[in-house]
Design a protein around this ligand. Structure first.
Ligand code: SF4
Length: 386
C-alpha cells in the first residue's frame, strides 16, 4: 500500500504527516490491519527498539473532584463508587511507589484529583517526593495535579519532578462536549507552563468518547504542535455512574488504528498505551506493543488493570523487553532538544499492500464485566498490583 510506505518513510525521517494521511490511517480496513501495525512497528523499532517503558500510577488523592469531566469516575457527582480519600501521607505514597518500582516501573506517575493544586498541595507533593527518593533516588517522577501556574511548575521542577502530565483529551472543537468547568485552552496553557519550566511534557488523549476521526486527528496534531515528549493514549472506561457509562464505541481493531495514527504523527515520541487497554484491546493487547513503546504497569487510578505479572509476561511473550532504569527512553535528538528534521535517520523501508476495503466501524460490545473499580493499593489496606 502506497500510504503505509509513505508513512513509514516519513516516520523514519520525522517528517510531518498531512491531515489526509492521518485520517487515512483511521480509515483503513480490518483486512489491512496487520499491515498498518507492521508499518507502525517499523517506526517504533527504529526509534525505540523492542523496549517497553513501564510507568506506575500512584493516586495520591482520589475522587470528590469539583470539575465535571464527563469521562471521569472522580468527577463532581460521580456515582461510580470509586475509592475516595484525601492526600496520602508521604510514607504511604512511598510504599505504593516502591511496589511499582519493584515490579519493573521506571517512572512513577503521582496523580491527584482536582482542578489544580494549591501552593500548599505542591509542598505536600514535595514531601512525598522526598520520601520516594529516600528509597530510590533515581526513579523518574511525573506529577499530574491538574491545571498549574508557571510558578508551581517551576517549584515542582526544583523539588525533583522530571515530567508533568496533563492530557488534552480530545479536540478543541469537541472539548465542550466532555467538560464545562474548564476549557481546552486551559489545558494547553498548563502544558506550555510545564515546558517553560523545563519539565518533560506528557499529554495525551482519550478515545471512545463519541469523537469522530477528524477530532482524533485534531487532538493528536495539537499534541504534535505542542511538541510533547510522551503521549498517553487512553481508551474510555465507561464507568457506571458517569455520563459516559453507555459509550462502548471501540473495537480492538479501531484501538490499534488509533495507536498507529498516533505513532505515525508522533514517530519519535514516547507513545504510551494507557487506561482501557484491557477492556478494549482485550486479547489483541500484544499487537499494540508493536506500535507503542510504553505502558502503565498494574492498576489505574480508579480501576483495576490486569495483574502486573501478566503485563510482564505479555511483554516477554511478544518478544519485547522492559526498559531498564539506565536506558534513556527518548532518542538522543529529543533529549538534546530539537534537532532539524533532516538530522533524522533516512532509511526508508518498503511495504506493499493494495487493499482498499472500507473500515469496519461497528461499535464494540459493552464489556461491563471487564470494568473493575480499584479496591486495592493506594488508599486501602490491601497490597498494590504491580
Ligand atoms: S479534573 Fe481530573 S479528576 Fe477532576 S473530573 Fe476532570 S479528569 Fe477527573
Amino acid at each position: 500500500m502506497d500510504l503505509l510506505e509513505t508513512l513509514v518513510g516519513k516516520g523514519l525521517r520525522r517528517e510531518p504527516l498531512s491531515r489526509a494521511e492521518a485520517l487515512a490511517v483511521l480509515e483503513t480496513s480490518d483486512d489491512e490491519l496487520l499491515d498498518v501495525v507492521a508499518a507502525a512497528g517499523k517506526v517504533r523499532r527504529h526509534w525505540f527498539g523492542r523496549r517497553v517503558k513501564l510507568n506506575y500510577l500512584v493516586n495520591l488523592k482520589s475522587g470528590l473532584c469539583p470539575e465535571d469531566c464527563s469521562y471521569c469516575s472522580q468527577r463532581l457527582g460521580s456515582e461510580a463508587g470509586v475509592l475516595t480519600y484525601t492526600w496520602l501521607k508521604p510514607d504511604e505514597a512511598a510504599a505504593a511507589a516502591e511496589a511499582g518500582v519493584a515490579g519493573g516501573a521506571k517512572r512513577l506517575c503521582l496523580v491527584a484529583s482536582g482542578r489544580g493544586p494549591t501552593d500548599r498541595d505542591v509542598e505536600r507533593v514535595a514531601g512525598i517526593i522526598d520520601a520516594i527518593k529516600e528509597r530510590d533516588e533515581d526513579v523518574e517522577i511525573c506529577a499530574c495535579l491538574g491545571l498549574l501556574s508557571g510558578a508551581q511548575a517551576g517549584r515542582l521542577r526544583e523539588v525533583g519532578v522530571d515530567a508533568y502530565s496533563h492530557n488534552l483529551n480530545t479536540a478543541e472543537a469537541a472539548y465542550a462536549d466532555i467538560c464545562t468547568t474548564h476549557e481546552f485552552g486551559d489545558r494547553v496553557d498548563t502544558v506550555r507552563q510545564t515546558k517553560a519550566a523545563g519539565l518533560s511534557a506528557c499529554s495525551g488523549l482519550i478515545a471512545g468518547m463519541g469523537e469522530g476521526d477528524a477530532d482524533l486527528v485534531d487532538v493528536v496534531f495539537a499534541l504534535r504542535d505542542l511538541d510533547v515528549d510522551s503521549v498517553p493514549v487512553n481508551f474510555l472506561i465507561p464507568f457506571d455512574g458517569t455520563p459516559m457509562a453507555e459509550k462502548w464505541a471501540l473495537t480492538p481493531q479501531r484501538c490499534l488504528r488509533i495507536l498507529a495514527m498516533v505513532r505515525f504523527v508522533c514517530p519519535d515520541v514516547e507513545v504510551r498505551l494507557a487506561g482501557g487497554r484491557e477492556i478494549h484491546l482485550r486479547t489483541l493487547q500484544p499487537l499494540a506493543l508493536h506500535v507503542v513503546n510504553s505502558i502503565f504497569l498494574g492498576d489505574y487510578l480508579t480501576s483495576e488493570g490486569q495483574a502486573g505479572k501478566a503485563d510482564l509476561d505479555m511483554i516477554a511473550d511478544a518478544g519485547f523487553e522492559v526498559e531498564g532504569a539506565a536506558t534513556a527512553t527518548l532518542p538522543e535528538h529529543r533529549r538534546r532538544s530539537k534537532a532539524p528534521v533532516s538530522d533524522a535517520a533516512p532509511d526508508r523501508e518498503d511495504i506493499g499492500d493494495d487493499g482498499d476495503a472500507r473500515p469496519a466501524q461497528l461499535p464494540g460490545p459493552a464489556r461491563t464485566d471487564l470494568v473493575a473499580v480499584r479496591r486495592r493499593g493506594a488508599g486501602t489496606n490491601l497490597p498494590p498490583n504491580a
